[in-house]
Design a protein around this ligand. Structure first.
Ligand code: ADP
Ligand code: ADP
Length: 223
């Protein structure tokens, strides 16, 4: 089955804003980019897919499981935009807390946390408090949290827009590795450079509508 199948998915905030009839299909293992300016509706769409907000119209499923169900939530990792951590905790503690919230058993969490921190490049800083982390390190920590349940599909909301160029390229490298491991990626961004290397296909979003869907070069030519 498809990793993501959204059909006329709609969120009407009651003020003419939100997402209007978004239809997309993403295959397993694909990296899909949602490209659009601030306010286009990218976060709204992802929040519907991860089950944080309820659609007001249309439908969507992840690997055949209706969004918002426990079955769908088990399949996903989510890196929200500008996630704030309890900054007095250490990186390890943040991931452990997140593992708890995701229902990962403590012995299993204990086993995987060092590997996860290593994988996102902060293995040596796991015992430092988050308040001493740079923005880039915080995003890596967010990625470690998003991966704690070994998700099949990872949603990333503007993962690098708050980062400097070095931080951006680090995050991109991690995402490339996740893609190589076969994870399905869904990436929101207003930056073309974020999606053009990583993403197999993109949808251009404006004002809650999809304008075009295709490869990055298809979509740029159609503009
Ligand atoms: P993006 O992620 O592309 O920046 P959002 O999905 O955050 O866009 O927002 C899309 C539009 O919906 C924006 O115009 C935003 O102001 C509006 N919006 C977002 N959340 C709410 C809300 N809770 N109530 C009303 N309007 C909202
Ligand atoms: P509240 O309703 O208590 O304010 P929210 O649902 O808005 O809580 O979540 C608070 C913060 O945690 C938000 O930034 C949200 O994006 C983030 N968040 C919520 N659920 C998850 C999750 N499953 N994984 C990662 N971050 C999450």
């Amino acid at each position: 089955s498809l990793a993501i199948e959204a059909s006329e998915l709609t969120k009407d905030y009651g003020n003419g804003r939100g997402c209007r009839g978004v239809t997309i299909q993403v295959k397993e293992g694909e990296a899909f980019g949602f490209l659009g300016p601030n306010g286009a509706g990218k976060s709204t769409f992802v929040k519907m897919l991860v089950g944080l907000i309820r659609p007001t119209g249309g439908s969507a499923a992840l690997f055949g499981e209706r969004v918002g169900t426990i079955e769908a939530k088990r399949l996903i990792g989510y890196l929200p935009e500008l996630y704030r951590y309890q900054e007095w905790l250490t990186g390890e503690e943040v991931v452990r807390l997140h593992a708890r919230l995701c229902g990962v058993k403590p012995p299993e969490a204990q086993r995987i946390i060092p590997r996860l921190l290593e994988e996102v490049g902060i293995g040596a800083r796991g015992r430092d408090r988050v308040k001493h982390y740079s923005k880039g390190m915080q995003q890596r920590l967010g990625l470690a949290c998003a991966l704690v349940n070994d998700p099949k599909i990872v949603f990333l909301d503007e993962p690098s827009s708050a980062l400097d160029p070095l931080g951006r390229s680090d995050v991109r490298q991690i995402l490339q590795r996740l893609k190589a491991q076969g994870k399905t990626l869904f990436l929101n961004s207003h930056l073309l450079e974020d999606v053009e290397i990583l993403c197999d296909r993109v949808a251009l979003l404006n004002n809650g509508h999809v304008l075009h869907t295709g490869t990055v070069s298809d979509v740029l030519q159609e503009k």
